[in-house]
Design a protein around this ligand. Sequence first.
Ligand SMILES: [Cu+2]
Length: 167
Amino acid sequence: MKHTTLTALFLSIIFISCTPSEKKETNTNDAQQAQTVTEVTENVSITIEGNDMMQFNLNKIEISAGQTVTLTLKHVGQMSSVAMGHNWVLLKAGTDKAAFGMAAVSSKDSGYIPLDMKESVIAFTPVIGGGESATITFEAPAAGYYEFICSFPGHYGIMNGSFVVLP
Ligand SMILES: [Cu+2]
């Protein structure tokens, strides 16, 4: 009887002492996996869609500093680039997006990128219509908070979002 109790106690000690080390192993594996993912994602691909309802399907994009971004803008609607054109414009931090959007109205010839505000732009796609897509590649700007818009006349108020670059 006493012997059985001792055996049970001994077994449970083994069990208890095993449990933490198993957990540790799992954590190590997690850390290794996370590290592997970080190494692989020096390049990041993002697809953002615009539609005939004047909407982007994303209002936030998050990437990491140092990444090379391949961004595809896809117009999933059917309307033409004249009636419901979309572009994707990443603005430098601190840019007044309303001022940019209003200046863009009279900049049709330059793809609705106002030439006198071009220094406020980090990256941009051409204007596309329904069924079209455009892909651009650019280096992630410094860690921080940025905004993106569609600068087609009248769209920036609805078609905008945050672009976060993690350190
Ligand atoms: Cu648009």
